[in-house]
Design a protein around this ligand. Sequence first.
Ligand code: TXA
Ligand code: MG
Length: 341
Amino acid sequence: MDEAYATITVPVDPEQPGPAAIAQAARLIRDGELVAFPTETVYGLGADALNPQAVARIFRAKGRPADNPIIVHIPSAQDLASLTPQVPALAGVLAARFWPGPLTLVVRRAPQVPYITTGGLETVAVRVPAHPVALALLRAAQRPIAAPSANRSGRPSPTCAEHVLEDLRGRVRLVLDAGPCAVGVESTVLDVTQDPPVLLRPGGVTAEALEAVVGQVGAPRESDRAAGRSPGARYRHYAPRAALLLAPPGEVEPLAVRLLDEGRMVGIMARRPLQLRHPRARVRIISGDLAQYARELFAALRELDAQGRQVIVAESVAEQGLGLAIMDRLRRAAAGSQGSE
Ligand code: TXA
Ligand code: MG
């Protein structure tokens, strides 16, 4: 059954959130309610990670499959010890280097972490977010906060409060609105219960940066998937309503022209201005570097979708640095969309 709330949106200063707003949000978390809050990656839909009823609300609000586990957020690396029987040495090293920041570590689950939070797994995913609002909320709530991205399952992740409201108005008590997120793609998920550690999801911390610290990083094997170690990979993600096609820089325009000739309404995500002018084409220029592409990616997908595009042509990037996370998200969006291969 859907819960209908009068969702309250509370604007907060991203650097110095007011104590009243944080206290209000923290109280809701302690009472087992849902609060959406900004992190440096995307907005999260938070609940008390140790309260099974509260976590159940997250699954209902998102329409999330019950076996897809949720990341647990903590205010400092020291708190990891309360969520896992023994902090792996490698986790300590990575936490010291990358926390607070967009890295999630999968470790063994301590008994106090409910199975609903871990999707039934014996592991738990944990991170310390690098956003003053998220950190203030975590400190005030004095609870680890389980938070998936604050979108309805299958929709692009939310990088501003408006996206959260689009998807979850009436399904969340309170939204802390601190403006747009700095990173724009979700955290990197790394399984440190295996040696070498396994990259389950590329994200805001690049594989190169991880390798500089830990040496080798493994890719998930088919057997990991079968064993349920990479549950998120099973689901359709980030699917815009429009079909999404990927094209290298030189082929974006010819492909768009072909689709226009077929009479389609076309949206284009390109990294440089195009010659193309057409009444049925909307061009969304994502200028600048990969960091900017990552920051604008989900908003661009939502925008073009809202404009009723039938097909979106997105410019592909090299799979290096942040490019790995960008291409991962674009491919999932393409695979989930109708009419693409
Ligand atoms: O940046 C982020 O990570 C954002 C912000 C809010 O922190 N959160 C986020 O959560 O992206 P979500 O639920 O949208 O993605 C979590 C991913 C999923 O792919 C999930 O399957 C995986 O992490 N995950 C969570 N717990 C896991 C576990 N115990 N083992 C393996 N994968 C896990
Ligand atoms: Mg998500």
